[in-house]
Design a protein around this ligand. Sequence first.
Ligand SMILES: Nc1ncnc2c1ncn2[C@@H]1O[C@H](COP(=O)(O)OP(=O)(O)OP(=O)(O)O)[C@@H](O)[C@H]1O
Ligand SMILES: O=P(O)(O)OC[C@H]1O[C@H](OP(=O)(O)OP(=O)(O)O)[C@H](O)[C@@H]1O
Ligand SMILES: [Mg+2]
Length: 281
Amino acid sequence: MLRIAVPNKGALSQGATDMLTEAGYRQRRGSRDLQSVDAANGVEFFYLRPGDIATYVASGDLDLGITGRDLAVNSGAEVEEVLALGFGRSTFRYAGRPGETDSVAGLDGKRIATSYPGVVQRDLDAHGVKTAIVELAGAVENAIALGVADAIADVVETGTTLKQAGLAVFGEPIMHSEAVLVRKAGNGTGAAIDQLLRRLRGVLVARSYVMLAYDVRAELLEAAVELTPGIESPTVSPLHREGWVAVQSMTERADLHRVMDALYELGARGILASNIDACRL
Ligand SMILES: Nc1ncnc2c1ncn2[C@@H]1O[C@H](COP(=O)(O)OP(=O)(O)OP(=O)(O)O)[C@@H](O)[C@H]1O
Ligand SMILES: O=P(O)(O)OC[C@H]1O[C@H](OP(=O)(O)OP(=O)(O)O)[C@H](O)[C@@H]1O
Ligand SMILES: [Mg+2]
């Protein structure tokens, strides 16, 4: 059986469970279950704290894990990314009181509070700055006002928490993160892992593409296909109406309305977009 670690709670938990469910895997029934078996697919899931997952996977006890890229780096565990999963996106940034601590060089000799000391130390070393790290479990934005640190480094998603604390980001983003599938560094794959990867890639494609169908006069086909090249090649079928063809092509969701408008202006009609529920490419 393939053994896979999944976040048991927190910012990545629901996204991970949703993605595995869409990929056809049976997930745990209750939010307190620590393990579940999907016998039909030959997979056992272990629900662990997201920050611990890279450590379990690096030890070789579990084959794969879903965690945050920032959490994996922070752990220092020897894992490698197999697939980026497109949810749980965040940036990791320095922040301080505007006008007080507002540059990375200015951190020298100061105190920085964070829940991700591994990520921060790596970045401070790269900048050649010596800064005392104050490790806190959370609500790091309070650390400056409460006098335990001069600056912070934390996950920023919308920026609302920083704004409410009167803090501003400075320096370049330390890292961009999202949920990732990891395996022990140097481990190969096998048929079972390859099948899981195909399923997860199928979910990513189904989420980011739609199936676009339209009718167009045959002489406009080449111009239309330039707008909708698809992934491999569009399907073109004859229409009963003389001189017209029907086209089907996978189109990126993010681009959908621009492409539909351009097709309409070109002369295409009956332009329909539909969701893809699942796919294997
Ligand atoms: N708004 C957010 N807050 C926290 N983490 C986020 C957010 N958006 C995305 N993430 C990502 O989620 C992961 C952190 O999840 P985790 O469950 O450890 O944090 P949490 O939801 O703050 O839980 P806890 O407070 O119990 O630690 C990181 O990979 C982080 O980049
Ligand atoms: O940019 P924003 O959208 O405001 O999101 C980022 C905030 O969310 C997280 O905190 P969380 O709610 O997990 O609390 P914690 O600090 O106690 O972990 C993170 O640590 C930031 O504080
Ligand atoms: Mg948190």
